[in-house]
Design a protein. Structure first.
Length: 320
């Protein structure tokens, strides 16, 4: 969600001045204060109104954040899992990733399906919200021996078979596909996977990809957009990785506008930053100075000319 701030907008004079006053001294300059500064009585009036609005909105945001943390949406979730030869080396770690993902989607009405692909695709478990069946599917995966080729499109074909049935019954049916790959794809597989992804999206599905080990990021970016690609070369410290994927995919499928960096975990601030587009011409980046469950906080941009406007937005962790 983009927020537009202008140095000449009377509605933001109070909060903008307050922001400048609490910034570190090196961010300030004499020119920062020479435009449209209200008298202190008006400043107090502005701040008093803003604090009341912040207090009211914070209650709503906390309730919204709690709801999102539990992924309170009744939709269909498809896990499309790589069981090709490259998955064999770290198969146990891959299963830990999957189990961590499953635990994050807690809505009892949410249905899950587990699909594997190598040379061919196989549906291990069709859509179900039954916890015992979901646990049985996870147990069944432990007995899988990864081997053969990586034909991701074959897994998506199996997902689309179920999505089509749900879509024919209800055009508003909501689906989320999370696909995992552990190695490079052949050009033919990339082309055919793009087609299957497009088919799924035409039926309202959201698609996210997870790349591990020897995956090729550029191939995944050719299949889905940047914000839907998550990649990691190792299996260490995957909490932030999983949390970000769960939160953003959940918000996406629920058609929320706000994206969150992490879920109930301490994040590494060096991995997050804010972008400021100044007058639609220059782009500035500032590292996050505080990250919590509910917010991502960065230093604001100091205007040096009257009438300037900025669009602000957050960004995903570097290298994901």
């Amino acid at each position: 969600m983009t927020t537009k701030l202008g140095s000449g907008d009377p509605q933001v004079q109070g909060p903008m001045l307050f922001l400048l006053l609490v910034m570190s001294p090196f961010l300030l300059s004499a020119s920062s204060f020479q435009y449209s500064i209200p008298v202190w009585r008006n400043l107090y009036h502005h701040l008093n109104q803003d604090l009341r609005r912040i207090h009211q909105s914070s209650k709503l945001y906390r309730n919204k954040a709690d709801s999102i943390r539990n992924c309170n949406g009744a939709f269909d979730l498809y896990f499309v899992l790589d069981v090709s030869d490259t998955a064999k080396k770290n198969w146990n770690d891959t299963q830990k990733y999957l189990e961590a993902l499953v635990k994050k989607y807690t809505n009892p009405k949410l249905r899950m399906s587990f699909i594997t692909y190598s040379t061919f695709g196989q549906t291990l478990t069709k859509l179900t919200s039954n916890k015992k069946e979901i646990q049985a599917a996870l147990a069944k995966l432990k007995n899988v021996v990864p081997t053969s080729d990586r034909n991701m499109q074959e897994g998506f074909k199996k997902a689309n078979e179920q999505i089509q049935k749900a879509f024919l019954r209800d055009n508003d049916a909501t689906s989320l596909i999370i696909s995992l790959t552990t190695g490079p794809l052949l050009p033919k597989s990339v082309r055919e996977t793009k087609f299957e992804v497009s088919t799924a999206q035409s039926m309202g599905a959201k698609v996210y990809t997870m790349g591990l080990d020897e995956y090729k990021k550029d191939q995944l970016l050719d299949i889905v957009r940047h914000s839907q690609v998550y990649g990691r070369k190792d299996y260490s410290s995957f909490d932030e990785y999983i949390n970000s994927l769960v939160q953003n995919s959940c918000l996406d499928v629920m058609e929320e506008e706000s994206f969150i960096a992490c879920v109930n975990e301490q994040a590494k601030m060096d991995n997050y930053f804010c972008r400021y587009n100044l007058d639609a011409s220059k782009v500035y980046s500032k590292k996050a100075i505080n990250i919590t469950v509910e917010k991502l906080l960065c230093a604001g941009h100091v205007f040096d000319k009257a009438g300037q406007e900025q669009d602000g937005g957050d960004d995903v962790p570097k290298g994901w």
